[in-house]
Design a protein around this ligand. Structure first.
Ligand SMILES: C[S@@+](CC[C@H](N)C(=O)[O-])C[C@H]1O[C@@H](n2cnc3c(N)ncnc32)[C@H](O)[C@@H]1O
Length: 389
């Protein structure tokens, strides 16, 4: 696997070596073993060194992956129609969590203004200081007259009425690796192999909440070998936090993922965690910490259950294609470049990436949860799949 990846430059390797030292020190301090969730958290978010907190370009063609807002402004413009409906039924306040380069914020603000419902506040909650700076720069360049509505929050608000948006946030929350074997349920963690000078895996019996959740998933241990997958406790906790804070409105969660029955299919024997490095997916999860994005699919059943436990309503669950079509993506496309073919062709190709079943249309899902919204949400008008959760 390692040989097929383009080799990082000397600077990048030195950066990764520095982060590896930090992780090794943490492993030593913890008695020789850390959970993979802690490894993932450090690999992604260690200030100045982690994947999302270090300096490299992550998003776009020269980076490691591309997200929907980076593919086309039609994503944000369509989503704005759903956000507008939520704002009309609650307060004119948007919160975006995990805003990447800030492009979605620019598109949403511009389109909400065009729809006549500019939010009074557009708050961003972003872990990475480097990305906060990029978001501010993009907002100043693309929507300077609206940039003063944007605030960066350091903590979650006590109370919130409005619309929360998170695109590809849940897939980067740290997951614990779980191995089901005839001998029991184990958590796979990370050790430092000093002789070989590399990170390695070591299993321990799963315990506490992780064990409880793993037991509840109905996974059968195979006769031989193991069934490996993952559990994301932070996604459940994150929803519970918002459940305690949302007084009225909705959380629109967009990500790649499955309902639980599909997530823990007997045939999916090695889980869904992957690394992205220069547009190549690989599963060498301990390789070059800080240089790879590490992500997993979202267990949308777990997220919906956490919402229910937190007293939130589950308004619906559908594919990205259905959601964007329901929000009028194709009608928006028709308004582009009527007098000039080239922009229209470019925009159509991008739109296709967002909605085609073999691209992002089916793999990506939209889950909308919330409180005190009586109107039927336009993005869920057709294609609801809540029954699958
Ligand atoms: C895969 S990127 C998606 C970015 C953007 N939403 C997009 O679609 O292009 C994940 C984003 O979430 C941020 N992030 C990860 N964990 C977070 C957390 N717990 N709170 C806030 N932001 C977080 C990352 O720094 C990054 O901006």
């Amino acid at each position: 696997m390692k040989n097929e990846l383009p080799p990082p430059g000397a600077d990048a390797l030195a950066h990764s070596a520095l982060l590896s030292q930090r992780i090794t020190a943490e492993i030593t301090a913890a008695g020789g073993w850390i959970s993979f969730a802690r490894f993932m958290e450090m690999a992604l978010y260690t200030p100045g060194l982690g994947y999302y907190s270090g300096g490299a370009r992550k998003f776009g063609p020269e980076g490691d992956f591309i997200t929907s807002p980076e593919i086309s402004p039609l994503f944000g413009r369509s989503l704005a129609r759903q956000v507008a409906q939520v704002l009309a039924a609650s307060m004119p306040h948007v919160i975006e969590v995990g805003a990447g380069t800030g492009l979605l914020a620019c598109d949403l603000l511009a389109e909400l203004e065009a729809l006549g419902c500019t939010p009074v506040h557009y708050d961003i909650i972003e872990l990475s200081g480097e990305l906060r700076a990029r978001q501010a720069e993009n907002l100043q360049t693309k929507v300077p007259h609206l940039a003063d509505r944007v605030r960066w929050l350091d903590a979650l608000p006590e109370q919130f009425s409005g619309c929360l948006v998170a695109n590809e946030l849940l897939d980067v929350l740290p997951v614990q690796l779980v191995a089901w074997r005839q001998g029991g349920i184990f958590e796979r963690g990370v050790i430092w192999d000093a002789a070989q000078e590399k990170f390695d895996w070591q299993d321990r019996p799963a315990a506490g909440r992780l064990l409880g959740v793993a037991e509840s998933l109905g996974v059968e241990s195979p006769e031989e070998g193991e069934y490996l997958s993952e559990v994301c406790l932070p996604a459940r906790a994150w929803v519970a936090e918002w459940g305690a804070r949302l007084s009225q409105g909705a959380l629109i969660l967009i990500d790649y993922g499955y309902p639980q029955a599909e997530y823990y299919l007997p045939s999916r024997t090695s889980g869904t965690v992957q690394c992205y490095y220069r547009h190549r997916a690989h599963t060498d999860l301990l390789l070059w910490p800080g240089l790879n994005d590490i992500t997993s699919f979202v267990d949308f059943t777990a997220v919906a259950e956490a919402a229910d436990e937190a007293g939130l309503a589950v308004y619906g669950y559908t594919t990205q294609a259905s959601f964007l079509n329901n929000c009028g993506l194709l009608a928006l496309l028709e308004t582009i470049g009527a007098s000039d073919e080239a922009p229209y062709v470019r925009a159509s190709r991008a739109a296709l990436r967002l909605i085609a079943p073999h691209e992002m249309g089916e793999l990506f899902k939209v889950l909308i949860i919330g409180r005190e919204m009586d109107s039927r949400l336009i993005g869920l008008a057709t294609g609801d799949r809540t029954h699958a959760l």
